[in-house]
Design a protein around this ligand. Structure first.
Ligand SMILES: Cc1cc2nc3c(=O)[nH]c(=O)nc-3n(C[C@H](O)[C@H](O)[C@H](O)COP(=O)(O)OP(=O)(O)OC[C@H]3O[C@@H](n4cnc5c(N)ncnc54)[C@H](O)[C@@H]3O)c2cc1C
Length: 816
């Protein structure tokens, strides 16, 4: 029996989700030790950031990274946590709750925070395997597993959740169709124009749309195979994800006889019709409104905690919350708040820049901002939201308000965040305002972004406020604020680091080098020799399907698809898969050597044949003849996949344990044509004698009796570095999967001209292991992105020309 001090009362919380646990956190701040707290959660997890499920599905975060409080945290605060044990009954007379396990827990105050349930319509065919919602970790795990097995997904619902689900599924390599009941996507947050821009952007990412689509039936025999719409259209798919809305989860409250409407009815003090029972979050209805975003939860949690803490001077009332929405689809910026549609009592100010895909609409009534829709450039979303919530008169600000805070009288772009009051919300995902951040910086001596994230949670979720948090660090610490090592400017044309430029390319959806230079205020209009190739690579990596490689931003070798030599001639290296060649290839090479009188033929260290001394004007013909024999470029000059060196392996060698040659060929076929921050070399050795020298390669594979050892980050050049051991796998398919995932991580994280060796040293082998080995979902997502980019990988211009001339040329996808 739990003996409590008479002044300590028992609080039971039903629902270990975002609203319930935020209330507990707020209560611990106000009245630590005053309540003996017990939490019941239906899910088997500690509480986590539900809004980041979209990032988990998209492979941008793993499940561990979205945990909010660890089990140790609960223990440290004396909270008893029962996970995977839903409460099934409330006895209001006895003041007890009963959980599914049979546990009965008495309470003095009860907090219901059961959230909501996804709406799934009662369609014929719903019993078929292959359907799910998008609400919790279990759903995401189901969807990820299906994405690994099936190719076509259907998302029903084109609102915020549906589109985030569609984006995640695309990133998992599925082809995705979205069915939406209305004519416009996200019609509750966007006007028609912004909705169409959004649809176009998603369409470019390969998502197809069935608008005005009323789903009537799920089709299939033993598993879902598609859906049929009311107008007769059918959409094929092996997975159907429902994201058509949510309904407050009021089951328990109904059983307990509490007053209900759509949600559990609460007053301004967050009490239900029973004064001993509070309710917060999506399960409640307050003044006729239910909510489906986190901002109201933070307000409710504070008010509820005030009342539970019970200090008469501090109790507050909940008066409702004005909502703002952002879409968490990397590379698509969208913000909407308030009355974005407007009516006859409002005026609108519009800004359109179609070339940069920017659209802004501000809605005003009686000289006050009442609504905003921003597409493409959402940097001023926070400021507009502040103006909207404060309801201040615009006055002379009206002339420039559409251009953003940087144009407001007396402000410059850098001072934007300085001008915000302490109450201005900086992090919408976690409800953190400016005063909390600056207060924590001063009180806790914080000097880094990570420190602020840990102390306040600001910028720890979707990250869209990171720039503002950094500005607050700079503002508060002045010259004592030194950005982290990686923040050095990329080149003399900009103050931004490589990382910052890459994240702006995604955040602002910049698609060309001039667009980057213009949007990021490049100092020199054309850039320089350092930034142009880097930008070209970053754009290729960010938009593999749509970006057109800029040949003028490449070094001469890459432009000519051959290495320039000291006498001005070139060396030509055809690809030789895994170092294996044939009489046909050797004959073709010999013919080319004779025909063009190539003076030197040399076998390289990477197991291929180098034709040295080719004149520039001969290059097209040399390549045409090689292509005609099925030989493509070895990219011996590129910041790209170069060779995959192999030994003869178990097929011939007495010591070989596996077929290293076939493995090397398979790796080379998967990776050739991929651009990288720097050159990349692979090797496969058939036994630990390591004849292919796999331990000095970027990705090295060593066969052992029971499988394959994978090694990364080696270098055999000037700065010799032995690889780090990554992990051991058992099958060939796993070698390919881990290789693709590792290379994609390198492509996405390393700075241009950074080899894998210094990159691995900089980020640490543990970082790579975590993202490539431990987090299987993330590994598969990386692999999918790699394979997706490979669909658009480089061929070589000479090969294309040969094909146009009618010569036999087998492009990337069909090289046998
Ligand atoms: C994929 C996704 C993306 C989102 N993105 C955004 C976004 O970008 N911005 C935004 O503002 N909002 C977003 N949201 C909405 C946001 O997550 C919710 O508003 C928020 O989680 C609601 O908090 P809650 O505590 O009311 O409910 P929940 O977080 O759902 O917590 C309720 C918990 O109670 C548990 N429970 C239910 N019944 C019982 C029972 N009988 N006993 C014990 N436990 C029980 C549930 O299992 C659940 O764990 C998103 C939601 C999803 C699903």
């Amino acid at each position: 029996m739990n003996m409590l001090h008479p002044l300590i009362r028992r609080l039971v919380v039903i629902g270990n989700g975002m609203a319930g646990m935020r209330t507990v956190e707020e209560l611990l701040k106000r009245a630590p030790g005053r309540w003996d707290i017990t939490v019941f959660g239906a899910e088997p997890h500690v509480n986590y950031d539900r809004i980041l499920l979209s990032s988990v599905l998209a492979g941008e975060k793993d499940v561990a990274a979205i945990e909010i409080n660890s089990r140790e945290w609960y223990a440290e605060h004396g909270i008893r946590l029962f996970t995977g044990d839903p409460v099934i009954a409330i006895d209001r007379q006895a003041r007890t709750v009963t959980a599914e396990s049979g546990r009965v827990e008495p309470y003095d105050a009860l907090l219901i925070a059961t959230g909501s349930r996804p709406i799934v319509p009662p369609l014929p065919g719903l019993e078929l395997p292959g359907t799910c919602a998008f609400r919790d970790i279990a759903d995401v795990e189901t969807v990820i597993a299906a994405a690994g097995q099936y190719r076509r997904a259907i998302v029903i619902g084109g609102g915020l959740l549906g589109l985030e689900a569609a984006n995640g599924l695309t990133k998992r390599g599925m082809s995705v169709a979205v069915i939406h009941l209305m004519d416009n996507l996200m019609e509750r947050q966007l006007d028609g124009e912004a909705a169409k821009m959004l649809q176009r952007a998603l369409d470019e990412r390969g998502i197809s749309f069935f608008m005005n689509g009323q789903t009537e039936e799920l089709l299939g025999e033993t598993r879902v195979e598609g859906v049929r719409l009311a107008d007769g259209r059918t959409v094929p798919g092996d997975l159907v994800v429902f994201a058509i809305g949510i309904r407050p989860n009021t089951d328990l409250a109904r059983l307990a006889g509490l007053d209900l409407n759509r949600g559990i009815l609460v007053g301004d003090d967050m009490r239900t019709s029973d004064p001993a029972i509070f309710a917060v979050g999506e399960c409640v209805e307050h003044r006729g409104k239910t909510y489906g975003l986190v901002a109201p939860l933070w307000d409710m949690a504070k008010v509820c905690a005030d009342h539970l803490a019970g200090d008469a001077d501090t109790v507050s009332d909940y008066n409702g919350t004005v909502l703002a929405t952002r879409l968490k689809v990397t590379g698509i910026d969208l913000f909407s708040a308030g009355e974005f549609l407007g009516d006859e009592s409002t005026d609108e100010v519009l800004f359109r820049d179609p070339a940069r895909n920017i659209y802004k609409k501000l809605v005003m009534r009686e000289d006050r901002l009442v609504g905003a829709v921003l597409y493409g450039d959402v940097r001023d979303g926070g400021w507009y939201f502040q103006l909207l919530r404060e309801g201040q008169k615009l006055g002379s600000l009206r002339d420039t308000v559409i251009f953003g805070q940087g144009f407001a009288p007396g402000a410059d772009a850098g001072a934007a965040v300085a001008a915000l009051p302490d109450t201005a919300e900086i992090c919408g995902c976690n409800g953190v305002c400016k005063g909390t951040i600056t207060g924590a910086i001063v009180a806790q001596g914080l000097t880094t972004l990570d420190g602020v994230r840990a102390a306040t949670k600001a910028s720890a979720s979707c990250g869209s406020c990171t720039g503002q948090v950094e500005a607050l660090l700079a503002l508060t610490l002045g010259k004592d604020y030194a950005p982290a090592e990686g923040e050095k400017p990329m080149c003399k044309c900009t103050d931004l680091s490589h990382e910052a430029v890459r994240s702006e390319i995604l955040a602002q959806r910049l698609q060309t080098i001039p667009a980057v230079q213009q949007a990021l205020d490049w100092a020199s209009p054309d850039g320089c020799h350092a930034c142009r190739p880097a930008l070209n690579y970053y754009l290729l990596c960010a938009w593999p399907a749509t970006y057109r490689d800029d040949a003028q931003s490449r070094f001469v070798n890459e432009r000519m698809h051959a290495n320039i030599q000291k006498d001005g001639t070139y060396s030509v290296v055809p690809r030789m898969w895994g170092g294996v060649t044939s009489a046909k290839e050797l004959r073709a090479i010999a013919d080319v050597v004779d025909r063009y009188r190539i003076p030197t033929v040399k076998v390289t260290g990477g197991q291929r044949i180098d034709l040295l001394g080719v004149k520039k004007e001969q290059l097209p013909d040399v390549w045409r003849d090689l292509n005609a024999a099925g030989m493509v470029s070895g990219h011996a000059y590129g910041k790209a996949l170069r060779t995959v060196k192999t030994c003869v392996g178990s097929e011939w060698c007495r010591f070989g344990t596996q077929d290293s040659t076939a493995m090397g060929v398979a790796l080379e076929r998967m990776t050739w044509g991929s651009w990288h921050p720097h050159k990349v070399k692979l090797a496969v050795s058939g036994c630990p004698r390591n004849c292919a020298e796999a331990t000095i390669k970027d990705f090295g594979v060593i066969a052992v009796d029971s499988g394959w050892e994978l090694h990364i980050g080696g270098n055999g050049g000037i700065k010799l570095r032995e690889t780090d051991f990554l992990c051991k796998v058992t099958t060939e398919a796993q070698v390919l999967e881990y290789c693709a995932a590792f290379l994609q991580l390198y492509r996405e994280e390393a700075r241009y001209l950074e080899r894998t060796a210094p990159w691995v040293e900089r980020v640490g082998i543990d970082h790579v292991r975590r993202l490539v080995v431990e987090d299987a979902a993330n590994r598969q997502a990386l692999q999918q992105r790699f394979l997706f980019a490979q669909r658009f990988a480089q061929t070589d211009p000479w090969a294309e020309r040969a094909a146009a001339d009618g010569a036999e040329f087998r492009p990337l996808a069909t090289v046998a």
